[in-house]
Design a binder for this molecule. Structure first.
Ligand code: HEC
Length: 400
């Protein structure tokens, strides 16, 4: 609070020394809640920080903002908030970026330094509406409502959902409707061989089955969702084939810290193409699965690279590690595609490039993946599906 007090004192001096009619200088320019903070919070924070939202506190009112002013300034400066892992500087611009500009980060600080004034009421802010799909063709629900295990802070649960399509179709849009918003931390969606899905389900009592790393590495990824994002509409003309015989499997990460273990009934909406899409897409993976991270060693970097066998278009990336990951980046011929300097397992998601036509890849181009890990444990860590194992993996949303 020392800064705030100083700013207030200075403000007093300015006022006293200025004669009427003279411009007051920086003081009248001072940051206020109504003019500067409220629009910023509505756009960048309230998707999560609202009553009943996923975050532990709301930022709906002036009083809310005042109560959390210092923490907001700190969290935006350290860039832990809003949660958006990639640093796009020198990289590809991404669709739906949450990254604040430096000027926006400064506003949080200057508001606190100015003593968090409310300012003159501005126009009432429209409440940001969550955008749904253009059209909903299939609605999928959990086989039965599920209550996460209260003794686990984090419960990763897979559920098999039958989509009822009798012919092969293409998915062009995905929308997740979280049941208990305070608990649903991420949802990943896959298409899986029905025999494999049924076997996993049968092996674990209760609704669905435990699955920290998803329904298996041969599962076909369809999409994902994290709090605060709206429906995903795949780039125009592209879509992911969904075979009639496949089972849709969702992996839901429940975190019960904020609101305890409640009964959840998350549902899922799919938009399907009329006929087949011109450019069927898939998530292809590049990974390093032969690494060995020695115990008690920090900052260990693992790499994988490939020369693209065919030409194609890359539209987006999904970097993936577990909880010992620190940083992950992907380059094409040494030019940055995505760069995550501070990996956070809880905020992983798919990132689509802002470029409307995607990025063209020729045959024979070098794509490199680099993962950095800390292993503070007393055991070596290798590739695997368990929480204590690791992965160094990136999926690309590609069309050929
Ligand atoms: C995508 C959802 C989401 C968005 C958007 C978001 N937050 Fe958060 N925020 C959370 C969650 C969830 C937590 C609880 C801690 C956690 O899980 O990381 C949190 C925690 C915080 C905290 C507590 C301290 C900390 O760093 O953990 C502050 C302060 C904060 N957020 C401020 C903001 C501000 C300011 C914005 C907008 C500029 C914002 N958040 C945007 C979800 C979000």
């Amino acid at each position: 609070m020392r800064h705030a007090t100083l700013a207030l004192l200075l403000a007093g001096c300015f006022n006293a020394q200025n004669t009427p009619g003279e411009p007051l200088g920086p003081v009248t320019e001072g940051t206020t809640y109504r003019r500067d903070l409220q629009p910023l919070i509505a756009q960048h924070c309230q998707g999560c920080h609202t009553a009943g939202g996923i975050s532990p506190f709301a930022l709906d009112t002036f009083e809310d903002a005042q109560r959390h002013g210092g923490a907001m300034a700190a969290a935006t400066q350290s860039r832990s908030m809003p949660p958006w892992m990639p640093d796009e500087q020198g990289c590809q611009p991404l669709k739906g970026s949450r990254r604040l500009t430096d000027a926006e980060v400064k506003l949080f600080q200057s508001w606190v330094e100015a003593g968090m004034p409310e300012g003159a009421p501005a126009q009432p802010m429209p409440v940001k509406q969550e955008k749904g799909l253009e059209r909903v063709d299939v609605s999928l629900r959990l086989p039965a409502p599920y209550t996460p295990k209260a003794n686990l802070t984090d419960d990763y649960r897979c559920f098999g959902l039958s989509h009822g399509q009798t012919v092969d179709r293409d998915i062009i849009g995905v929308n997740v409707k979280p049941g208990v918003r305070q608990m649903v931390h991420h949802v990943l969606i896959y298409a899986v061989d029905p025999v494999q899905a049924a076997a996993s389900d049968a092996a674990d009592p209760g609704v669905g089955w435990e699955c920290f790393a998803g329904p298996g590495t041969n599962a076909k990824m369809i999409g994902g969702w994290v709090p605060g994002t709206s429906a995903t509409q795949y780039p125009s003309g592209t879509g992911i084939p969904l075979l009639a015989r496949e089972t849709v499997v969702v992996q839901i990460h429940y975190n019960v810290l904020a609101a305890g273990a409640q009964t959840d009934d998350t549902s899922l909406e799919l938009q399907l193409a009329d006929g087949r899409v011109a450019r069927p897409a898939e998530f292809t993976a590049l990974a390093n699965w032969w690494f060995n991270l020695p115990p008690m060693a920090m900052n260990q970097t693992v790499e994988a690279s490939v020369r693209t066998p065919n030409a194609g278009t890359v539209w987006g990336v999904v970097p993936h590690m577990h909880t010992k990951g620190r940083a992950i980046s992907v380059t094409k011929n040494d030019a940055c595609l995505v760069n995550v300097k501070q990996w956070d397992f809880h905020w992983q998601q798919s990132f689509f490039f802002a470029a409307e036509d995607g990025l063209e890849f020729g045959a024979g181009e070098t794509v490199k993946l680099s993962c950095t890990f800390d292993n503070p444990t007393s055991a070596p860590v290798t590739w695997g599906e368990k929480t204590s194992d690791e992965m160094c993996l990136v999926y690309f949303y590609v069309t050929r």
